[in-house]
Design a protein. Structure first.
Length: 187
C-alpha cells in the first residue's frame, strides 16, 4: 500500500489536539515511514502577505490582495519553523520535487521570492511544519481506524478553503464526516 498523493482524514477516535479533525496530504510513503502535511488548520493571523513581509521579501502591490487571502497552515508538529510549499508545476524551480502532474513540493525559499516577479505557481498551499510516521506506524494507525483514506485531488488541495477540506474529502467517500460515530470497529 503506497499512500503518496492521498489524504488522511482523522476519524473521531483521534483526540490529540494536533490531529483532531485534521486532513493530511501524504507527500511520501515508503518502507521507512511516511511524511505528510496537515492541510486544513490555518495559523491564526498569518497569511502569505504577512509571511513575506517577515522574511523581507518584496512583492508587487498588485499581488498583495491575492497573497492576503493565502493562509499559512499548521502542517504538523515536526520542524514547525520550516516551511513546506505544495504547488502546481512552474518552470524554474529545480528544488521542487514532483509528486504528480499537479503537485510539487519544496522547502526552498526561492518559490516565495517568485512573488516579486510574474513567474510564480498559479496554485500553492503553504505549511509550517509536517507530520511524520516511522516504519509501519501509519499502517498500524489505519488498522486501528484512526484515519480514513481518499485519493487527493487538485480541487481539494488548491480550490477548497481549508475549513471545508475535511468535509470535501469525506464526500469523496460518500458520506458526511459530521455524522460519523465515535465507535468504530472491524467488520
Amino acid at each position: 500500500m503506497n499512500l503518496q498523493h492521498h489524504l488522511l482524514i482523522a476519524t473521531p477516535t483521534i483526540t490529540d489536539p494536533l490531529f483532531k479533525q485534521s486532513v493530511i496530504y501524504i507527500c511520501e510513503h515508503n518502507n521507512k515511514g511516511a511524511m505528510g502535511l496537515v492541510i486544513n488548520k490555518p495559523i491564526e493571523e498569518l497569511n502569505l502577505n504577512i509571511l513575506l513581509d517577515r522574511l523581507d521579501i518584496g512583492i508587487s502591490f498588485s499581488t498583495r490582495d491575492y497573497l492576503a487571502n493565502t493562509p499559512i497552515l499548521n502542517g504538523g508538529p515536526l520542524s514547525d519553523e520550516r516551511g513546506f510549499v505544495l504547488h502546481t508545476p512552474c518552470d524554474d524551480y529545480s528544488s521542487s520535487i514532483k509528486i504528480t502532474d499537479d503537485v510539487m513540493v519544496t522547502t526552498s525559499k526561492d518559490i516565495l521570492t517568485s512573488f516579486s516577479h510574474a513567474q510564480h505557481p498559479n496554485n500553492l498551499l503553504i505549511t509550517l511544519g509536517y507530520a511524520g510516521w516511522n516504519k509501519n506506524q501509519l499502517e498500524q494507525e489505519i488498522y486501528n481506524n484512526a484515519w480514513l483514506i481518499v485519493e487527493a485531488d487538485y480541487e481539494i488541495l488548491y480550490k477548497t478553503p481549508p475549513h471545508l477540506r475535511r468535509q470535501k474529502a469525506a464526500q469523496k467517500l460518500g458520506f458526511d464526516i459530521n455524522t460519523m460515530s465515535y465507535q468504530i470497529g472491524h467488520a
